[in-house]
Design a binder for this molecule. Structure first.
Ligand code: KE4
Length: 427
């Protein structure tokens, strides 16, 4: 496959933007080589500037669950654009999106729209601290919640890929109120709450982890988090920026039947436009300005174009549910990749929830960051580039989940498995 134009354009990009990217997750840091400059997408496919076509399993890191340029989303955005772009004043589109989220997500009685998942998690932990009057936030190694200073202390996703467990620029004062525990370690959670439960404002975690690869919480872990937070008066925060509307219409909390106190959202709720949201019990959310005293604001929060894209996406998911089909496609792909790895003699495990999954170069099971970080990332890099040459665009890191969209077909999945069988034999 030719990549001349991508290489030339990326060289220019590097002279304009740090690393030539606007997010390190796109820098191909852990797989090496030059990032591909994407020209356009349609359905399950994206095309780079050299005209190479790929089956897209990044899906903009999750938002494009309907596939690229879904007609009803496109129409909704065009209708919104015809009215203007942004007003800095309330619009009906915000009511519509807020209503859809509240109807879909069990824990959300009131919601605040923001511009990114990072803003959502940053605001949710500020609200947890403001509501409880406490300082300590618990997070888990390998969980990523956006580039919030106080949460960049053992991040997953690109921070983990870059092997930067805590970022320069995050002060000791900022990070000292964050405690990092081991995911799926129930005793560690119980011991921490026994030691400092009355100081803990909240626990934030990914209810299905995507940011160290796909890692699944045990039932006991979920129950322990809910019990310990309830007993101590700390808030339980489900970071569903990735899982919200991905693993089910109501998110992971409907799958696991655990109700958090706050939920953060992003990605799919914007249909590919910049968005985030946080919501929860009304008595907690009413501590947010202007009703309460916890400050949070944003020029483009609830932007009408983003709301139109998000509402059209959620209506499509609600009225034409793809989840049973996504479950089937996900199961087929997971089984096919596992079988291909075994046939090729590769020591791999596949972990999946619905249409998000990861092939780990790791015998598994992968239950936490210590397990995940033992994966063979060098081999993953060769697997990634081998699939690129077969026209398959996987997430460019072992520590990410791939996403199947409603636009993917059974044939796409079979073609992906066939390509993986070929590539895994060469590693
Ligand atoms: P954003 O600020 O990137 O919209 O959302 C931050 C965030 C919060 N919580 C979870 C569970 C997330 O997965 C994310 C962002 N995910 C990464 C990919 N795993 C975004 C990719 C990027 O940073 O470019």
């Amino acid at each position: 496959m030719p990549h001349d134009k991508s290489q030339a354009l990326f060289q220019t990009a590097q002279s304009l933007m740090p690393g030539g990217v606007n997010s390190p997750a796109r820098a191909f840091g852990s797989v090496g080589g030059t990032p591909l400059i994407i020209d356009h997408g349609e359905g399950a496919t994206i095309v780079d500037v050299d005209g190479n076509r790929y089956l897209d399993y990044i899906q903009s890191w999750g938002p494009m669950i309907l596939g690229h340029k879904h007609p009803s989303v496109l129409a909704a955005v065009e209708n919104a654009l015809a009215k203007g772009f942004s007003f800095g004043a309330p619009t009906v589109g915000e009511n519509e999106l807020a209503q859809l989220i509240i109807e879909a997500v069990p824990s959300v009685e009131k919601v605040r729209l923001v511009n990114s998942g990072t803003e959502a998690t940053m605001s949710a932990i500020r609200l947890a601290r403001g509501f409880t009057g406490r300082d300590v936030i618990i997070k888990f190694a390998g969980n990523y919640h956006g580039h919030v200073d106080s949460l960049l202390v053992a991040a997953g996703s690109s921070a983990a890929t870059l092997a930067v467990p805590n970022s320069p620029g995050v002060t000791l004062g900022t990070s000292q109120d964050t405690k990092i525990l081991c995911y799926n370690d129930c005793q560690g959670v119980r011991d921490t709450f026994a030691e400092m439960g009355d100081r803990i404002a909240g626990v934030i975690f990914e209810p299905v982890v995507g940011n160290m690869g796909c890692v699944i919480p045990s039932t006991e872990f979920l129950q322990t988090l809910r019990e310990c937070t309830t007993a101590s008066g700390a808030l339980l925060i489900f970071d569903e920026v990735m899982t919200g509307f991905r693993v089910g219409y109501g998110g992971a909390q409907t799958l696991w039947r655990v109700t958090p106190d706050l939920t953060t959202l992003g990605k799919i709720v914007g249909g590919g436009m910049p968005i985030g949201a946080y919501g929860g019990r009304a008595d907690i959310m009413d501590h947010i300005l202007p009703v309460g005293e916890v400050f949070q604001a944003g020029t483009l929060s609830g932007n009408p174009i983003a709301c139109a894209a998000g509402s059209a996406t959620l209506r499509e998911l609600r009225d034409h549910s793809p989840y049973d089909r996504l479950e089937q496609l996900g199961a087929t792909l997971a089984e096919g990749l596992q079988r291909a790895a075994e046939t090729a003699g590769q020591s791999c495990c596949v972990q999946r929830v619905g249409s998000m999954l990861t092939l780990f170069f790791n015998p598994g099971p992968v239950l936490n960051w210590e397990d995940a970080s033992a994966s063979d990332t060098e081999k993953f890099g060769r697997y990634f580039w081998g699939l690129i040459e077969h026209g398959i665009y996987m997430p460019c890191s072992q520590y990410e989940a791939l996403f199947i969209s409603a636009a993917h077909t059974e044939n796409d999945i079979q073609a992906t498995i066939t390509a993986a069988e070929s590539v895994l034999q060469t590693l």
